[in-house]
Design a protein around this ligand. Sequence first.
Ligand code: COA
Length: 181
Amino acid sequence: MSHTNIRPYKGMVPITGANNYIDNSAVLVGDITLAEDVSIWPLVAARGDVNTITIGMRTNVQDGSVLHVTRKSSHNPAGNPLIIGDDVTIGHKCMLHGCTLGNRILVGMGAIIMDGVVVEDDVFIGAGSLVPPNKRLESGFLYVGNPIKQVRPLKESESAFLKQSAINYVELKNDYLGEVN
Ligand SMILES: CC(C)(COP(=O)(O)OP(=O)(O)OC[C@H]1O[C@@H](n2cnc3c(N)ncnc32)[C@H](O)[C@@H]1OP(=O)(O)O)[C@@H](O)C(=O)NCCC(=O)NCCS
């Protein structure tokens, strides 16, 4: 597998974990750390240049998603790193910028999550949602819309699917690893 799409920035090189799948068309730059069983799908752009990106175990980042961060400054001394927990599904063409996501979250296709947002564990974000800066999304709820609104508590089937989606993607990326090796 060619790793020319995994690039250093100012001496910081993305750190991959065991059994990662990173599509050759995805680009990862700089201070990025991927845990075990992470999958990064075609055309993802992840730029850990002016701050750090951390992605937890079994999390998948689907096609065309963009991950970036905000630099440290006098009015924002820590800047905004991007932190994504375990068993998170990031759907196709999402934009995650300088936010913090817990565990077992589904980010629907085309969602935009802005700086300083905190998404607690076990949250479902509907397709096309926009999460404005510094919002906190509470554990156990479905959220949709632009700007995003809390809709209702998750059904049992939806809560179960959050974990199942991550499992599905681990299995799928293992198939892909079998193809490319
Ligand atoms: C939100 C979602 C979970 C559906 O939830 P639901 O409670 O079953 O919603 P329903 O389909 O019954 O629709 C209820 C209402 O919400 C609206 N709605 C559904 N999805 C919506 C969305 N993403 N954003 C805004 N409104 C949405 C429907 O139009 C409907 O509106 P109405 O009552 O005015 O007719 C689903 O539409 C969704 O966005 N899933 C994300 C899928 C995805 O992106 N997966 C990742 C890719 S792998």
